[in-house]
Design a binder for this molecule. Structure first.
Ligand SMILES: NC(=O)c1ccc[n+]([C@@H]2O[C@H](COP(=O)([O-])OP(=O)(O)OC[C@H]3O[C@@H](n4cnc5c(N)ncnc54)[C@H](O)[C@@H]3O)[C@@H](O)[C@H]2O)c1
Length: 366
């Protein structure tokens, strides 16, 4: 794990009650002495048990470095007041609505959080920096965490890189693309000290079980049909969440304002290959006699389903020395074992959010 530069004394993380933000905060609690402020609206996918578990292992003085702030980025005046109070040296911006299927069903929430929320954060931070000392301005960085999905869909060959054109094709990816453009234009127009990262699909413990890997694990566990969109041939590149969190911290330490980095696991899998790997691994652990692959059931494809994503990670590798430390089989095994040992967590978060693993994101005919 990389240690955070000591220049960053007050760190504001947005979306820290989410899957990746939680991993970033856990690493910061262990590897820095900074004060960490977690702004989150505490939405349906939020959960603080990972952070609380890490906090419980720390001394009281270290626990006091962490503050949970229940706020919505859509409210400009509240966010502006908070930023002026916190006086951050670093902002890691992860808050977003993130599930493509939900964006098909209810795009407005994605506009509010991903576009308006990012705009509010940028403007509140720009106002704060205007009135800050030169030293503060020299230290301050804003890391905007985004996705490979902003680049659209690849064919059988090629990879996305920092130079790829934007071509988002879902309400989720288009709102993330819009937020990337806002950040980039704030850098060019206002000299706003931002860096953008675009990362491929993450997986690991504490991911809300609507996303593919925990959803399949849960279905296998309950011997329920495993929904596979279309023919299962769509390809994703997978990265273990702790590796992404490390990359974000490294970018904060060593990245230069105005730079952009593509992050990925160099592990491309068709959805079908991935589902089969999970079934086979779980069958072994659970001593299942009938193969769980029998549960795989093809369901109507996601509207506008991108065929393939892949990331060229040479820049972050060569410039910052980052590469993932988990290989896919290792990461998947760790993840599956975690979900097997934390069935109560899965049950609780599903219950709390009123989500019953039902299919969402199909366009309903009138
Ligand atoms: N999960 C992935 O595979 C992946 C890959 C690449 C990039 N990303 C990006 O990383 C970031 C985090 O993703 P994640 O998987 O942890 O998502 P997540 O859905 O698990 O968590 C997002 C968190 O943001 C909070 N949030 C949303 N809107 C907010 C608002 N208006 N105000 C305050 N808080 C708000 C939610 O309550 C939630 O706790 C997102 O920006 C996402 O686009 C995710």
């Amino acid at each position: 794990m990389s240690n955070l530069s000591e220049n960053f004394k007050n760190i504001l993380v947005t979306g820290g009650a989410g899957f990746i933000g939680g991993a970033v905060i856990r690493q910061l609690l262990i590897n820095s002495c900074a004060n960490i402020f977690n702004i989150d609206k505490l939405g349906y996918a939020s959960d603080l048990s990972g952070i609380n578990e890490t906090l419980s292992k720390l001394k009281l003085s270290n626990q006091k470095r962490y503050s949970q702030l229940h706020f919505n980025l859509s409210n400009f005046s509240e966010i502006e007041e908070l930023i002026n109070k916190i006086k951050p040296d670093l902002i890691l911006h992860l808050a977003a609505e993130t599930h493509v299927d939900r964006s098909i069903e209810n795009p407005r929430e994605f506009i509010d959080s991903n576009i308006v929320g990012t705009f509010n954060l940028l403007e509140a931070t720009r106002n704060f920096l205007k009135n800050s000392s030169v030293d503060k301005k020299n230290i301050f960085k804003f890391i905007h965490v985004s996705t490979d999905e902003v680049f659209g869909s690849l064919g059988e060959n090629g990879m996305f890189s920092e130079k790829s054109n934007y071509d988002p094709r879902s309400p989720y990816s288009s709102t993330k693309a819009a937020s990337d453009h806002l950040v980039s234009s704030w850098f060019h127009t206002y000299n706003f000290p931002a860096i953008i990262t675009n990362c491929s699909n993450n997986y690991g413990p504490w991911q809300f079980p609507e996303k593919l890997i925990p959803l399949v694990i849960n279905k296998v566990l309950n011997k329920e049909p495993i929904p596979m969109y279309g023919d299962g041939k769509n390809i994703r590149d997978w990265l273990y969440v702790e590796d992404h969190a490390e990359a974000i911290i490294l970018v904060a330490n060593k990245g230069l304002v105005g730079e952009r980095f593509c992050i990925g696991g160099n592990t491309e899998k068709t959805n079908k290959e991935l589902i089969i790997s999970i079934c086979e691994f779980m069958d072994k652990i659970l001593n299942r006699e009938i193969s769980s692959t029998e549960l795989i059931s093809s369901v109507p494809d996601r509207p506008g389903h991108d065929f393939r994503y892949a990331m060229d990670t040479r820049l972050i590798n060569q410039k910052l020395g980052w590469k993932p430390s988990h290989n896919f089989n290792e990461g998947l095994e760790k993840t599956i074992l975690w979900y097997l040992n934390n069935k109560v967590w899965t049950k609780n978060v599903l219950q709390k959010s009123n989500y019953n693993s039902e299919r969402i994101g199909l366009i309903k005919e009138k």
